[in-house]
Design a protein around this ligand. Structure first.
Ligand SMILES: C[S@@+](CC[C@H](N)C(=O)[O-])C[C@H]1O[C@@H](n2cnc3c(N)ncnc32)[C@H](O)[C@@H]1O
Length: 276
């Protein structure tokens, strides 16, 4: 009796949270549209995603230890492959790759893959590029595709703006940049928690802080844009550089969460920009 009651309460709460999330997403989408930003609704092809996971078994294995975000992480890589159209012969850079094997996995399939991160030795060492992504040590028109999975939100200070300007320089004509997830909602804020040292975090003074008292919070810094902050810090610089920008909105993450029970899937938005 008590168990049934608790289940009902849980179902009710989950539905309430879903409704709040949906409402917030719709409000953000409306604000983005009001700012003249192009939004494209995309439905993820679940069968195609599952077939891709079989084909890319190495990426599935790598994210095995990622508990309740395993599917989210794999999905981000699937979306990058599908929505940016990475193909054999492309020069690809996984920006802020950390320890991800993604670029090597693509290289095995004929892509000329590079990985980049602040934590690598500075300069180009074989296919590893070290340093800040806002100052990439590669020539103009070097890459066909640049992507960031679970990374752009970690860029502190003005390195988000710096990287956006750099992406235009580094991409070939027709080249494409992808950022997933793109965190955009009603308010501009930075989320941090016990793993962060607030004194070392560099960010504009005006920004709102959310200090999460949660020892499980992995990222020490995570930037979430409002539609206006996204426009002024990211989209305006891309369009000034002659890039065509669109925000993809994935409409059926709930369907995936029903299939992959207990998994958190939150890549509602992806930014895609093509150099004209
Ligand atoms: C959450 S990890 C990325 C995870 C990885 N992309 C994946 O999909 O598994 C974030 C990474 O961003 C890197 N990073 C933060 N700011 C950076 C910057 N300005 N330039 C390059 N890398 C940066 C950090 O060193 C860290 O490795």
């Amino acid at each position: 009796m008590l168990k049934r009651f608790m289940n009902k309460i849980q179902t009710f709460l989950v539905r309430q949270i879903d409704q709040i999330i949906e409402k917030r997403l719709q409000l953000a989408i409306q604000d983005l549209k009001d700012l003249g930003i192009r939004i494209i609704k995309e439905k993820i092809d679940v069968k195609d995603f599952q077939e891709w996971m079989e084909e890319y078994g190495e990426i599935v294995k790598y994210y095995d230890g990622h508990n309740n975000v395993k599917i989210e992480k794999i999905l981000e890589h699937y979306l990058v492959c599908k929505c940016l159209g990475i193909k054999k012969g492309d020069v690809y850079i996984d920006i802020a790759a950390c320890y991800s094997p993604f670029s090597k996995i693509l290289s095995k399939r004929g892509v000329d893959g590079y990985e980049q991160d602040l934590i690598y030795k500075a300069g180009i060492n074989e296919h590893k590029i070290g340093g800040d992504a806002s100052l990439l040590p590669v020539p103009n028109n070097f890459a066909d595709v640049l992507s960031l999975q679970c990374a752009f939100e970690c860029f502190q200070s003005d390195s988000d703006i710096g990287f956006i300007k750099e992406s235009w320089r580094v991409l070939k004509k027709g080249g494409v940049l992808g950022i997933v997830p793109l965190y955009v909602g009603k308010k501009y804020f930075v989320k941090a928690g016990p793993k962060a040292n607030k004194k070392n975090i560099k960010i504009e003074k005006e920004v709102k802080w959310i200090w999460r008292v949660d020892k499980n919070l992995q990222a020490s810094f995570s930037r979430h844009y409002s539609p206006t902050a996204l426009k002024s810090r990211v989209i305006d610089y891309l369009t000034e550089g002659g890039m065509k920008v669109e925000i993809l909105f994935f409409t059926n993450l709930d369907e995936l969460m029903k299939i992959y029970n207990n998994q958190r899937i939150y890549c509602h938005f992806m930014l895609r920009a093509v150099k004209q």
